[in-house]
Design a protein around this ligand. Structure first.
Ligand SMILES: Cc1cc2nc3c(=O)[nH]c(=O)nc-3n(C[C@H](O)[C@H](O)[C@H](O)COP(=O)(O)O)c2cc1C
Ligand code: SF4
Length: 467
């Protein structure tokens, strides 16, 4: 993968473009060298403190207030009440209220399990890996508190097998934790081969149960029957990282940053046409334009912004013209037809062909389909093929009408998991955002701009030939 990433740990940037290292680059060994950047008004430091320069040890974490007595004297019920009152919502993509999920799991009979979803299968996201590498104890304490609250005697960390750096960091933290001689739940790490749908929660559970990491039809949901048929709390890494802070400082403190509907901070991963790509922490509700300018440093060469993926590959295309009108919180984004998702923000400059990005993204959804549901297997490829033909100016009669009908009416909610819905959102928003390019390509087969793909992980063409 191209050297896109640098990791920003409040005040420090690691910039691979200048031959420096990256935590984010898949398969790359992090060899961090730090450069100082200036703090900005936009940046917040709850999950990623400024003075971190590598893995935070147990001693350092405790010095920062971790594993605090006041947190651990809370009962399970008190913890659930605090999480519910905090308004914390899941950071893995769906934004489901964490407190409500905890209550559902705690209300189920039998032994329970906590699953830390560290798959981070979204190619444009590096936030979970960054947290695990830099602050493994924050995530572990979140998981342990969750286990206490829902009455779980087992904690499982689920990650992709190429996340060796993150896994090594967590394993080291777990060994340190054992020196405290606490009564810890059973602990295991489960890995899966890389794949987009492998991060979906039922796929994660399948893998933890020794099967292929493919989604299943629901019900049962994880909270009813998950790992070894036990009620399972599946929670994203970033979601769990917020728990020790809520436990120690309380729900009211948590709500002092962010919007009332989506309190707290958001870890955004900036990539594409930004001068300072990386992982940054901002309050929810921060204007997107401020994030791109103040943290991302604007576009290289001052290029205009043609479009942005705000919530990763799942959550839809936003036109560049809307950047200064949206805030990073679900309601504002929903008014523009997109979602916060995993807050992986990819900027497409107006110097490359936008329609090319949209076609490549649809082909990604087709390539990554688990091919279990007919509508997903055939629908994702049919949408990619139709938009591909439009982009090449070789469209068949009704291609545009059919694509719109599939994306808006025929395919939504027809898959066992959200993958197909992600593809339909990518298609419907592309039809809207790239309408001008579609008109030009339909007539001339090109818009004249380079067909260079700027989406992380998708720079290489798909192995499948377009039809
Ligand atoms: C295709 C697909 C892929 C997903 N990949 C991830 C992932 O890599 N990591 C993650 O935390 N959630 C992922 N999710 C969301 C999970 O299914 C689940 O909602 C989440 O882990 C719950 O945690 P949260 O409530 O803390 O967000 C994915 C969902 C879908 C439909
Ligand atoms: S919707 Fe697609 S990815 Fe999800 S289970 Fe069905 S075939 Fe697999």
């Amino acid at each position: 993968m191209a050297s896109f990433w640098h990791v920003v740990t409040r005040g420090h940037a690691v910039e691979p473009e200048r031959g420096w290292a990256t935590v984010g680059e898949i398969g790359a060994k992090p060899k961090a060298r730090m450069a100082t950047t200036t703090e900005t008004a936009v940046r917040v430091a709850r999950l990623l403190p400024t003075d971190l320069s590598g893995r935070e040890t147990l001693v350092e974490y405790q010095a920062r207030g971790g594993y605090a007595d006041e947190t651990w004297t809370r009962t399970g019920v008190e913890l659930i009440d605090a999480v519910e009152a905090s308004g914390l919502r899941g950071r893995g993509g769906s934004g489901f209220p964490a407190g409500r999920k905890w209550r559902s799991v705690a209300g189920q009979p039998g032994g329970r399990v906590v699953l830390i979803n560290a798959a981070e299968s979204e190619p444009a996201s590096r936030k979970d890996r960054t947290l695990l590498i830099l602050r493994p104890h924050l995530v572990l304490e979140g998981a342990l508190l969750a286990a206490r609250a829902v009455g779980a005697d087992e904690v499982v960390l689920y990650a992709h097998d190429d996340a060796a750096d993150a896994l090594a960091s967590v394993e080291a933290a777990w060994h340190e934790l054992k020196t405290l001689r606490w009564r810890l739940p059973r602990w295991r790490i489960v890995t899966a081969a890389h794949g987009y749908v492998a991060g979906e929660e039922s796929a994660a559970i399948q893998r933890c149960n020794g099967k292929a990491a493919k989604p299943t039809f629901k019900p049962p949901l994880a909270y009813q029957r998950g790992i070894r048929n036990r009620p399972t709390l599946v929670q994203n890494v970033e979601t769990l990282a917020n728990i020790p802070l809520i436990g120690a400082r309380g729900a009211d403190w948590f709500r002092t940053v962010g919007t009332p509907e989506f309190p707290g901070t958001v870890l955004v991963t900036l990539s594409g046409a930004v001068r300072r790509p990386g992982v940054y922490e901002v309050g929810s509700g921060t204007p997107l334009g401020d994030v791109l300018e103040e943290l991302g440093g604007g576009t290289p060469g001052g290029a205009g912004i043609r479009a942005v993926l705000v919530g990763g590959y799942f959550a839809g295309w936003l036109p560049g013209t809307a950047v200064d009108r949206v805030q990073l919180e679900p309601a504002s984004l929903a008014r523009h037809g997109v979602a916060l998702g995993s807050a992986a923000i990819v900027v497409v400059p107006d110097t490359v062909c936008g329609l090319t990005q949209a076609v490549r993204l649809l082909q990604f959804f087709a390539d990554e389909s688990a091919r279990q549901c007919g509508p997903c297997t055939f629908g994702t490829q049919a949408m990619a093929d139709a938009l591909g033909r439009i982009a090449r100016g070789r469209l068949e009669p009704n291609d545009l009408v059919r694509l719109r009908t599939w994306a808006e009416r025929t395919l939504p909610r027809r898959g066992a998991c959200g993958h197909l819905d992600g593809a339909t959102i990518a298609a419907t928003t592309a039809l809207r955002v790239f309408a001008d390019e579609i008109g030009t390509h339909t007539r001339r087969g090109t818009c004249g701009k380079p067909a260079t793909v700027v989406l992380p992980g998708l720079e290489e063409p798909s192995r499948r030939e377009p039809s």
